[in-house]
Design a protein around this ligand. Structure first.
Ligand code: NAD
Length: 288
């Protein structure tokens, strides 16, 4: 039976660090503040916003929401982001994406200051990740995977890690973060030959799956002792939430595995708030 790598204790440990940093900031008269920019009212954005706001409030982080209409002009959205850049009382900012197709997402994502870019939407933040230099922050989901592996003291240096999925938001930054930990990283994607994905997974010490494909990682992809991190959030054939891993097949074989729900997803929003507080801490150290 595998060790269950639950996200809750990881989020709890991160929350303690966040609360300590919040106390330091409050002692300096700073209320860490998180800006949320939402265009339109997509139900999943609203649900995420509610979850993040609740968590932020619990940890002592203020929220400022900037709600813009679905037909907002590029100029209006850019001006909102510029306003946030110039406002010293806002430390971190999340811009919900995807943006409506009428807006140039690339152009808009370049506007936000990397210092406030707590989910790495800017090219500058991604450049920092690529060069392993602190510019902004790494994307939250990738960071959540790393925090989870660190929390459970899973060694990464020199380990063979396969990341399944190479999206700019999840797979690619996760692979880069693991490389920055001196792991030996391979990346599979939709055009990797399925037999290669299977063989590479079977040969890995750690599998991180972020494909968005239910039941992708099956019993013949794994071997005893492996660590499996399931980032996927899918709706299974039974209508229930599931990851990329066929949990009931894989769990009896491997050494450790994250559940879905309750694994990486339980850590991500705490990382987002943590980045905002860290951004506020950085401004404090710049002042002293
Ligand atoms: P995406 O669709 O942008 O990218 C999916 C990637 O997986 C692509 O690179 C694609 O090539 C690859 N892929 C798809 N099917 C594959 C297959 N059969 N074999 C190998 N590779 C395959 O998705 P994303 O935004 O990167 O998200 C990935 C998953 O992670 C989704 O299920 C998403 O809901 C989930 N997610 C979870 C969290 C979290 O906090 N747990 C956060 C963000 C996204």
């Amino acid at each position: 039976m595998a060790t269950l790598l639950s996200g809750a204790p990881v989020a709890q440990a991160l929350s303690q660090e966040i609360e300590q940093n919040c106390s330091v900031l409050r002692a300096h008269g700073i209320t860490p503040t998180f800006g949320i920019v939402r265009v339109g009212a997509r139900p999943d954005d609203l649900a995420y916003e509610r979850g993040v706001s609740k968590r932020a409030e619990k940890l002592g982080v203020s929220i400022r929401t900037f709600t813009l209409p679905e037909d907002v002009s590029e100029e209006q959205l850019i001006s909102t982001l510029e306003q946030i850049n110039e406002d010293d009382t806002i430390h971190g900012c999340l811009l919900f994406r995807p943006l409506p197709p009428s807006l140039d997402a690339q152009k808009i994502s370049r506007v936000l200051s990397p210092k406030k870019d707590v989910d790495a939407i800017t090219t500058a933040s991604m450049g920092g990740l690529l060069t392993n230099v602190q510019v902004g922050f790494a994307p939250c989901t990738a960071t959540a995977c790393l925090k989870l592996l660190h929390y459970y003291q899973i060694p990464l240096q020199g380990k063979r890690i396969v990341v399944v999925g190479k999206s700019v938001t999840v797979g690619l930054p996760t692979a880069l973060l693991m490389m920055n930990e001196d792991a030996t990283v391979s990346v599979c994607h939709i055009l990797t030959q399925p037999e290669d994905t299977r063989a590479m997974c079977r040969n890995a010490d750690i599998i991180i799956s972020a494909a968005g494909c239910a039941n992708l990682i099956r019993a013949d992809y794994v071997h005893p002792g492996q660590v499996v991190v399931d980032v996927g959030i899918n709706v299974g054939p039974d209508g229930k939430m599931c990851g990329d891993v066929a949990f009931s097949e894989v769990e009896p074989i491997v050494g450790a595995i994250t559940p879905v729900p309750g694994g990486v997803g339980a850590v991500t929003s705490t990382v987002l708030i943590g980045h905002t507080v860290e951004a506020a801490m950085r401004t404090l150290s710049e002042q002293s």
